[in-house]
Design a protein around this ligand. Structure first.
Ligand SMILES: C[S@@+](CC[C@H](N)C(=O)[O-])C[C@H]1O[C@@H](n2cnc3c(N)ncnc32)[C@H](O)[C@@H]1O
Length: 386
């Protein structure tokens, strides 16, 4: 595949891997026609042996393509631990913490180091075998690996406790769509050939009934009209995914942290190109056809859709606000003044700023709490945000 963007070239063996995945996409398109974008995103991230999270090449943190909040340091985990220590006493001694998509495992490691009220079971639901191995090594280095059980589907027995997902919903494959003057079309992936060279490109196809209906319903809910040419994403499988994840939670809280907006802001007329973003070696760009398998693809989360899905499942929708207010509500910064080592204090302060400043991760990242049969209010991080 060719790229018009100036990005650092991967080493030859990684180019080879990306070409293999690209060829697999092209073969599919040649057999079946344009590939719906959710299938393409699924292959780019999760194709066995080749996808971004499944090829064993993925590096987290500064050596990787992007840095998540738990990768900034231990402050995010400490903030979460304060919140969890506050709400978990009502769950008694036997409660489960199920972390979804644990990445490098640093959040699990740091939570197990900082929670005062420890879970009786720490489960990591992680579909990627190579990431399960990375997580095991991270936990082993802190002596916590025997406290964690890895699972590839949610437990079937009911449990009490917490479900935690940081930057997981943004990695679920989305449909892309565009408004035309004759209605909605689905955006799919096609192959444009110039001689021997094939290039992946966007193309419009007739949307499935399900997609058309979902986008029609979505537009009915918006207070504004969207212009012709408007492109965006929708996570059609969100209600079913949430059902599977939460069905065994009989008493407790599910906390989702991700970049996203409420519906009105997500589908604002000004956001006319959607929210799909690609990360490659700390550069964000918007061309998902560059280096498939080596590039992270993600889309912002429509938190109104998450709240609607939760209500449809009988979950209570609790607080929803920014990561900044969530971190502030835990008062983790209170301890900074007592750190005597100047260097250490500055390090903490700069991590705190990265997590909370609007220009960094403070405003873009949102936190939503969902509850089932849970009574203790969370430490207050609520505000009226869009
Ligand atoms: C962007 S990474 C976030 C990693 C980590 N939570 C963090 O904040 O550093 C997305 C993670 O979600 C996992 N994942 C993808 N689909 C998933 C699913 N359906 N259920 C659970 N985890 C999933 C990926 O394998 C990866 O570990």
């Amino acid at each position: 595949m060719q790229s018009a963007l100036e990005l650092p070239s991967p080493p030859p063996e990684l180019m080879e891997l990306s070409h293999t995945l690209g060829e697999r996409v092209v073969d599919w398109i040649e057999q079946h026609g344009p590939m719906p974008f959710d299938r393409y995103m699924q292959m780019c991230l999760y194709e066995p042996g080749l996808g971004y999270y499944f090829n064993g090449l993925h590096k987290f943190g500064q050596d990787g393509d992007f840095v998540t909040s738990p990768e900034q340091g231990s402050l995010f985990a400490k903030a979460l631990a304060r919140q969890i220590d506050h709400i978990s006493p009502e769950w008694g001694d036997e409660w489960v913490l199920m972390e979804l998509g644990a990445g490098s495992g640093v959040l699990a490691r740091d939570l197990l180091s900082h929670l005062e009220n420890q879970p009786s079971q720490y489960l990591i639901l992680e579909p990627s075998a190579t990431l399960r191995e990375v997580q095991r090594e991270t936990l082993q280095s802190a002596g916590h690996h025997e406290r964690v059980q890895w699972i590839i589907e949610p437990p079937s027995d009911s449990f009490t406790g917490l479900i935690l997902g940081n930057e997981v919903i943004d990695a679920l494959p989305v449909k892309r769509w565009r408004l035309t003057d004759h209605g909605i079309e689905e955006l799919a992936v096609s192959v444009e050939r110039e001689g021997e060279v094939g290039r992946l490109a966007w193309t419009g196809i007739t949307p499935s009934h399900r997609l058309k209906q979902a986008v029609d319903e979505l537009m009915d809910q918006l207070p504004h009209a969207l212009p012709v040419g408007y492109e965006s994403e929708i996570l059609l499988d969100l209600p079913e995914w949430l059902r599977t994840i939460t069905q065994s939670l009989s008493h407790g809280v599910a906390l989702f942290i991700d970049y996203g907006y409420s519906r009105e802001t997500f589908y604002h007329p000004d956001r006319a190109a959607g929210t799909l973003v690609c990360h490659y070696r700390h550069r964000a760009h918007f061309d998902p056809f560059i280096w498939p398998g080596l590039t992270d693809l993600s889309a912002f989360v429509d938190f109104s859709a998450l709240a609607d899905a939760a209500q449809g499942l009988g979950l209570d929708v609790g607080q929803f606000s920014t990561q900044a207010l969530f971190v502030l509500s835990s008062q983790v910064h209170d301890s900074f003044a007592s750190i005597s080592d100047e260097q250490e204090r500055l390090k903490r302060l700069s991590e705190f700023k990265r997590l909370t400043l609007p220009s960094e991760m403070g405003e873009k990242f949102r936190v939503m709490a969902l509850m089932r049969n849970h009574n203790t209010p969370l430490l207050d991080f609520s505000s009226s945000i869009k």
